[in-house]
Design a protein around this ligand. Structure first.
Ligand code: PLP
Length: 455
């Protein structure tokens, strides 16, 4: 543990020098900052030695726990060889091995791997690839995109252009390229006002209307398969993804799947699109790619996309995109070790009882007075809080009801992060049943305490 004056110094320096992401700093500097010093397994320890369960997987990316020996060792081994070399020109061993591995485990047909550093860039690459694919194909008018309401694909201007969350995206709208937004299949707040799920997925009609009218101008549709994460852990009804994929085929529009959150086991399968046998033209991966160890991302494409970029140098068909740390060897070495653990620990099969456990346990949440909806997909779950359960009236967002629930949970050694009024359950995949039990009990009690006060 650190000495007291140094701890105080860190707290002051944090407030003096750091600008935290997605954070109102005027509020932040009034509070005592939580400063993490180390992590072991699913627990994080702060500079006071207090331990927390990492219920948010350090922003949805940790899979096998912190300080995992196999990944640490792989990174150390690579570190003793070389930390970084560029892929602009030369290649490096871990990036080759990982590309081969990703192509092997990805849905069949996705065979080319383009690296970058984070989820936003993985999607940015996907959008640029899709756009230029059509240019190379001679379809010069296909310059627009389709995305879903409440979709989230990152914070760069390009990915914000296809983002559907007003709170984050509206302010920058003058900077965006043209995107049409289809209704999100948010069943609890059905865009068509349906009450139950035997609706024949009529919400696909909204998408088809857009495609019918504009397909000639549309390069690609981008969406998060099965779970729209940042938009509120909106879980899509069965068949929606395959319905979208069929419409993309019918109207000759590329399908980009953003599996930045859903990839690498979160939904119970390696990739979410495998649940519905859908193979996109382009797939973006990041968060869980190396178990949450280092910035790394990959955009996978089919041979069809890749081949459109081949030609004589003078034809200028080259894909002019690349980041300095593209294919970083340390990140790739960590990813290979993480994927090794999927096999060694049989991660996906061991997830099944945990997913079932969460399903059973979440039922009890439905009786809470201010819980409007509970939903789950694999080891991703969410509890939507409402001011009034009968009318589904949301809490005013300024009330920060989710933040208050999470602050209560923190008192009980659980770290979680809400999305507005939605409580997110996103533990590392290796969490045990006992720890899941404790986590869900803590969330239940925290909701009860906080919303009790507000009713
Ligand atoms: C987090 C996230 C992103 C953005 O990834 P960053 O690494 O934060 O840039 C994109 N898409 C989805 C679905 C995400 O959850």
């Amino acid at each position: 543990m650190l000495d007291k004056t140094y701890k105080e110094q860190l707290q002051i320096w944090d407030k003096t020098y750091l600008w935290h992401p997605f954070t109102q700093m005027q509020d932040y500097i009034k509070e005592t900052p939580l400063i993490i010093e180390e992590g072991r397994g699913i627990f994080l320890k702060d500079i006071d030695g207090k331990e927390y369960l990492d219920g948010v997987s350090s922003m949805w990316c940790n899979l096998h726990g912190h300080c995992r020996k196999e990944i640490n060792d792989a990174v150390k081994r690579q570190l003793d060889k070389v930390a970084h070399t560029t892929l602009l020109g030369p290649s490096n061993i871990p990036s080759i091995l990982l590309a081969k591995k990703l192509a092997e485990i990805a849905p069949e047909g996705l065979e080319k791997v383009f690296y970058s550093d984070n989820g936003s860039t993985a999607n940015e690459v996907a959008l640029k690839m899709a756009f230029q694919y059509w240019q190379h194909k001679g379809c010069k008018d296909k310059t627009e995109f389709v995305a879903l309401q409440y979709g989230y694909h990152g914070d760069t201007i390009g990915t914000m252009s296809v983002g559907g969350i007003d709170l984050y995206h509206k302010a920058f709208s003058p900077l965006y390229f043209k995107t049409s937004f289809a209704p999100s299949p948010y069943c609890y707040r059905c865009p068509l006002g349906k009450q139950n799920k035997d609706c024949d997925l009529q919400c696909l009609g909204g998408l088809e209307d857009i495609l019918k009218e504009k397909a000639d101008r549309i390069a690609a549709l981008i969406m998060e398969p099965l779970v729209q994460g940042a938009g509120g852990m909106i879980i899509h009804p069965k068949g929606y993804l395959s319905g979208v994929a069929a419409l993309c085929k019918k109207y000759n529009v590329l399908l980009i799947l953003d599996e930045v959150l859903t990839g690498f086991g979160r939904t119970g399968k390696m990739f979410a699109c495998l649940h519905e046998g859908v193979v996109p033209d382009i797939m973006a991966l990041s968060k869980g790619i190396n178990g949450g160890y280092m910035p790394l991302a990959a955009t996978l494409s089919t041979q069809e996309i890749y081949h459109a970029f081949l030609g004589e140098f003078s034809q200028v068909k080259t894909f002019f995109h690349g980041h300095t740390y593209t294919g970083n060897p340390l990140g790739c070495a960590a990813a290979l070790a993480s994927l090794g653990l999927f096999e060694k620990d049989d991660i996906l099969r061991n997830l099944e009882p945990k997913i079932k456990y969460v399903y059973d346990k979440l039922k009890s949440f439905e009786s809470l007075e201010h819980v409007g909806d509970v939903r789950q997909c694999g080891l991703i779950a969410a509890v939507e809080l409402v001011k009034d359960k009968t009318t589904k009236e949301p809490y005013p967002w300024e009330e920060r009801i989710g933040v208050h629930v999470c602050l209560e949970a923190k008192k009980h050694n659980l770290l979680i992060r809400p999305l507005g009024h939605i409580i997110v359950i996103m533990p590392p995949l290796i969490i045990g049943i006992d720890e899941l039990d404790r986590m869900l009990d803590t969330i239940y009690k925290s909701i009860e305490i906080v919303t009790g006060k507000n009713s």
